[in-house]
Design a binder for this molecule. Structure first.
Ligand code: TXA
Ligand code: MG
Length: 345
């Protein structure tokens, strides 16, 4: 199958393909999604097949406005309107109980809830409106690999397997949406996956918000099925470097003693300090967590295309967007973190 690249002027063509049951990747503010009509079970099954995604991992249903959600949900929990007014369109996915048989089991993974999201990307909102159906949209990567933040990443993983990609340039946020469960009996919303909409910003709108236990203790099973799978991993092993330049220096010396070729993912200051000591560098620019999150997956993908044996990636403090950044990076690193006071003393 030829994978067509669509520009903003070809949304009608992309929407036609969706209506015909084909798969088209779409841009969002977080990462690129793999779109198919949520109402076409064969198309949804194909989404799992091309990604190699485990079938018990339910999909997010993407809508062009809140009205679209109303068709599938009987009663909305407290806070729904406030959350939608404050954060949609945007990187917040909301989980509701849905009407039985609203979606096939391929969409829901057999649960009686569904995750909905209205992405903040005009082209994609237009695509959904034109197609006239909600779109399932997991990240458009091969399962287990870093999520795609450019149309080129999608093409790399899925060309020949999907009908098209709607290209709208690199995504702005770079890590997937916050997933918020609104179905708890006590009515208190629970964060199942951290993202750019932080706990603090949610609490300003709804009062108390919980965080799923597995995000606090690794011993707990995650409530979002997808969070239990290996994720975001490049081929080379990743180590998180938590500390100043001194920790990077020690880590580089440590790898060199083992004759390992090193790739570095860090800010300008660190990559320029060590550029001659390592085989490959990817700088995310000035040292903000926003920049780090925006380029995390692109950086891991780019380093992985070079001949290296290990990737050292810069940590950020776990607050605000840093929680989502570290959540993805820890998965990519399989929880391996180097701190100055751990292994080097
Ligand atoms: O930013 C995003 O959310 C991107 C863009 C493309 O919109 N999409 C995305 O989809 O990250 P995906 O499929 O890679 O991740 C969806 C996550 C998974 O961890 C899944 O298990 C969880 O949401 N999820 C979906 N439906 C759920 C449900 N009914 N209950 C609990 N977790 C659910
Ligand atoms: Mg994903």
């Amino acid at each position: 199958m030829e994978t067509k690249q669509f520009t903003a002027y070809q949304i009608d063509q992309a929407a036609d393909l969706i209506r015909q049951g084909e798969l088209v990747s779409f841009p969002t503010e977080t990462v690129y999604g793999l779109g198919a009509s949520a109402l076409n079970e064969a198309a949804v099954k194909q989404v799992y097949a091309v990604k190699g995604r485990p079938s018990d991992n339910p999909l997010i249903v993407h809508v062009s406005d809140f009205e679209m959600v109303k068709q599938y949900v009987n009663d909305f929990p407290d806070h729904t309107t406030a959350l939608v007014d404050s954060f949609w369109p945007g990187p917040l996915t909301l989980i509701f109980d849905v009407k039985s048989n609203a979606f096939s089991a391929s969409v829901t993974g057999g649960l009686n809830t569904v995750a909905f999201r209205m992405p903040n990307n005009q082209k994609t909102l237009e695509l959904i409106k034109t197609a006239g159906v909600p779109l399932v949209g997991p990240s458009a990567n091969t399962s287990g690999r870093p999520s795609p933040t450019t149309a080129q990443h999608v093409y790399h993983d899925l060309h020949g397997k999907i009908a098209g990609i709607l290209d709208d340039g690199p995504t702005q946020i770079g890590v997937e949406s916050t997933v918020l469960d609104l179905t708890a009996k006590d009515g208190i919303p629970v964060i199942l996956r951290p993202g750019a909409v932080t706990k603090e910003s949610l609490e300003r709108v709804v009062g108390q918000v919980f965080v799923d236990q597995h995000l606090i203790s690794e011993k707990e099973a995650p409530k979002a099925p997808g969070m239990k799978y290996k994720h975001y991993a490049p081929n080379a092993p990743v180590w998180i470097i938590d500390g100043s330049q001194e920790v990077f220096k020690k880590a580089i010396e440590w790898a060199k003693r083992k004759h390992q070729r090193i790739g570095l993912f860090a800010d300008d200051q660190i990559t320029s300090t060590f550029s001659t000591d390592v085989e490959a560098v990817f700088s995310f620019g000035e040292g903000s967590v926003e920049q780090g999150a925006k380029l995390l997956f692109a950086g891991l993908r780019s380093l992985d295309e070079q001949t290296i044996d290990v990737i050292f990636a810069q940590a950020f403090p776990e607050s605000g967007l840093g929680i989502a950044y570290m959540n993805r990076l820890k998965k990519a690193a399989n929880q391996k973190i180097l701190k100055i006071d751990s292994i080097f003393k």
